[in-house]
Design a protein around this ligand. Structure first.
Ligand code: GLY
Length: 353
């Protein structure tokens, strides 16, 4: 492949501070890491892309790709860094809770080489829902487990039930509850007066191996203070993420309800199938989102009062991302893991909902 970086640069990039990944380092591996073919026989430029909170995820996933790991194992180990980080309050441990103060997590993944999918919704007490989604994919005849059943399934595989609220996320929830209704019995908390935006953080990661194998994963704590039981787009195959090993993968972060209505992960992959580059496919999907957005979600200027982002990779290892409003995303292109600007439909920053 003419546009590939030199093998030396690739290997140097992969070697920065990383020990080789062994099978035993990957819980429930899709397959053990195996030696890569010579670079002259690589079918694709290996890449990993993610939402902006995924800089460490793309570095980890990319390192694993160059160590011969499976594509799904690579993206799951990447996003787990964020799931386990108590300082990321949009996903996994420390994620902001629902209206009852309970953290309910959603995740889904797809594995291109085996054409499998797995997902969990409203999962409580387990820090790494992406891993549980992988277990659904790998070990069951099903695709989507939710709630109590999803938790019992995870416990059967040795996951520990833990309190997912951190001091920070509990405090944010208490402030939200105190300021919800001026007439209730909770006294308003002045510091939270400006907390008008309900965050929807999430991480999506998509990767292509040198052999051209593709996977995707999306994991989230969902919309902060949501109605208990609400699941967003992240665990919905075809919305939160989608992979077709012949074409590419796409995933999303942002307002899940707006993505679900266009099946955005699937649509973006289908647009790439018709020949669009990853960034253009993401932009087209966003245009579809706008076409079916209800007036109540538009501001006086006619623009959406929410934000939504799509990320995509294709079979050749080309990648891109787009958003309603300007923002950044993370990608490792073989040279380095860094944040890049997304294409956007509109210029001004998103207004609060
Ligand atoms: N996109 C994350 C959510 O809406 O739950």
């Amino acid at each position: 492949m003419s546009d590939l970086l030199s093998r030396r640069k690739f290997l140097a990039s992969a070697a920065v501070g990383v020990a080789a990944t062994r099978a035993r380092d990957i819980p429930f591996p899709m397959r053990p890491p195996r030696p890569l073919p010579p670079q002259s026989r690589w079918a694709a430029k290996p890449v990993a892309v993610s939402s902006a909170n995924g800089l460490r995820a793309v570095q980890k996933a990319f390192d694993m790709l160059l160590q011969g790991a499976d594509t799904l194992d690579a993206v799951i180990e990447g996003v787990k860094i964020q799931e386990l980080d108590p300082n990321d309050d949009s996903v996994g441990y420390g994620g902001l809770p629902n209206a009852d103060g309970v953290v309910q997590l959603d995740a889904s993944c797809m594995h291109g080489p085996t054409k499998r999918a797995g997902a969990v919704g409203a999962l409580e007490g387990i820090k790494t829902p992406s891993e549980v989604a992988k277990l659904v994919l790998k070990y069951t005849n099903h695709i989507f487990l939710v709630g109590e059943g999803a938790k019992r399934f995870a416990l059967q595989y040795g996951f520990r039930e833990e309190d997912l609220l951190t001091e920070h996320s509990r405090e944010v929830w208490l402030h939200w509850r105190a300021n919800l209704n001026p007439d209730d019995d909770y006294l308003d908390v002045p510091e939270a007066q400006h907390m008008t935006v309900r965050p929807t953080g999430t991480i999506n990661c998509d990767a292509v191996t040198p052999q051209g194998d593709i996977s995707s994963v999306t994991t989230t704590s969902g919309l902060a203070f949501k109605i208990p039981g609400r699941v967003g787009d992240s665990p919905i195959i075809g919305a939160g993420q989608y992979t077709d090993n012949d074409i590419g993968a796409a995933g999303s972060t942002g307002r899940g309800e707006s993505n679900i209505k266009v099946c955005g992960g699937f649509l973006t992959v289908e647009l790439m199938r018709r020949g669009l580059k990853p960034t253009d496919a993401c932009l087209e999907t966003l245009k579809r989102v706008i076409q079916i957005t209800e007036p109540r979600l538009l501001g006086p200027d006619g623009k959406p009062k929410f934000n939504l982002n799509f990320y995509a990779v294709n079979k050749r290892g080309e990648f891109g991302a787009a958003s309603l409003y300007p923002g950044s995303y993370a990608a490792h292109d073989g040279r380095e893991a860094k944040l890049r600007d997304m294409a956007s439909l509109y210029e001004r920053p998103a207004a609060s909902r």
